[in-house]
Design a protein. Structure first.
Length: 182
């Protein structure tokens, strides 16, 4: 097709004539919406560049259970999003003498995230802090991993709904007003 005819065709459709391969004989061109094409290419480049970020969770050996659960939820959320997580446990003063507290906290974290993450760097002491590095497991859907991480919570909810035979029906109760004490 002649160049002028292709150019006229592109303008009639409200698009542009874009040269795809200028080295070929004849030259290869395409009629397209060039702005949309550039947008799609930039979008594809950005999605390919997305590297996992490193998030950090900071703890202390005396962190209370409620605060620990909040930090653990945040940690699981970071792993589900595909980010690496650095768990830092800082010791202050004489707390360094009680490293078993840190070992217990890290054991709880590893147990809770066993289905979601693998350990890049095991807990190690660096100065007055212990550091653990976790990264998300690949190839597993987050819903499956969450169910595997919390098997008791979902199973208990399902059992409560499915066990209708164990419920007490009001008609089965024989309750007389004369039997009650005043």
């Amino acid at each position: 097709m002649p160049f002028w005819q292709a150019l006229e065709m592109a303008h009639s459709q409200g698009m542009r004539l874009v040269e795809i391969n200028g080295q070929a004989t004849p030259v290869v061109c395409r009629i397209m919406d060039y702005g949309k094409f550039v947008f799609q290419q930039n979008k594809n480049k950005k999605s390919q560049k997305k590297a996992p970020k490193l998030k950090e969770i900071k703890l202390r050996p005396v962190t209370d259970e409620g605060d620990f659960q909040v930090k653990l939820r945040n940690l699981i959320g970071f792993l589900e999003k595909g980010d690496k997580v650095k768990v830092t446990l800082k010791f202050r003063g004489r707390e360094i003498a009680h490293q078993e507290l840190a070992d217990n906290l890290f054991a709880q974290i590893l147990e809770a995230t066993a289905a979601l993450a693998h350990v890049d760097s095991p807990p190690k002491l660096e100065g007055k802090q212990m550091i653990l590095l976790l990264s998300p497991k690949t190839g597993q859907t987050t819903q499956t991993a969450v169910k595997a991480a919390n098997p008791g919570s979902t199973q208990a909810a399902q059992d409560a709904v499915s066990d209708e035979d164990d419920l007490i029906d009001e008609d089965d109760l024989d309750f007389d007003e004369d039997d009650t004490e005043e």
